[in-house]
Structures are given as structure tokens and as C-alpha cells.
Design a protein. Structure first.
Length: 56
């Protein structure tokens, strides 16, 4: 499993700093997760104020 970021993302950047494998980056309109690198730790989901990171 991995996480992905939904359209609810407000581009606050809170998730990027919490990722232990640095697989989150700023996209054009919102943050994105490299799902191949995601280790499914859930840190991003814990800090997101709008619950944008969701498990696949």
C-alpha cells in the first residue's frame, strides 16, 4: 500500500517535512507523493490539516 494526495490538498507543505523517505514534493497545483517510494508510514496523514493524504 501507499499514500496519495487528494484534491483537498491546500499546499501547506506540512506533509513534506514529515516524510522519512522524502517522497513528497510540491507539484504544480498541490503536493504529490512518489507512490513507488512511499513506505506507508502515515506521517503525512497525521499532520495534514485537511486529510488530503489517503491510502490506496
Amino acid at each position: 500500500m501507499s499514500y496519495h494526495i487528494t484534491e483537498e490538498c491546500i499546499s501547506c507543505g506540512a506533509c513534506e517535512a514529515e516524510c522519512p523517505v522524502s517522497c513528497i514534493s510540491a507539484g504544480e497545483d498541490q503536493y504529490i507523493i512518489d507512490e513507488d517510494a512511499c513506505i506507508d508510514c502515515g506521517n503525512c496523514a497525521e499532520v495534514c490539516p485537511v486529510d488530503a493524504p489517503q491510502q490506496r
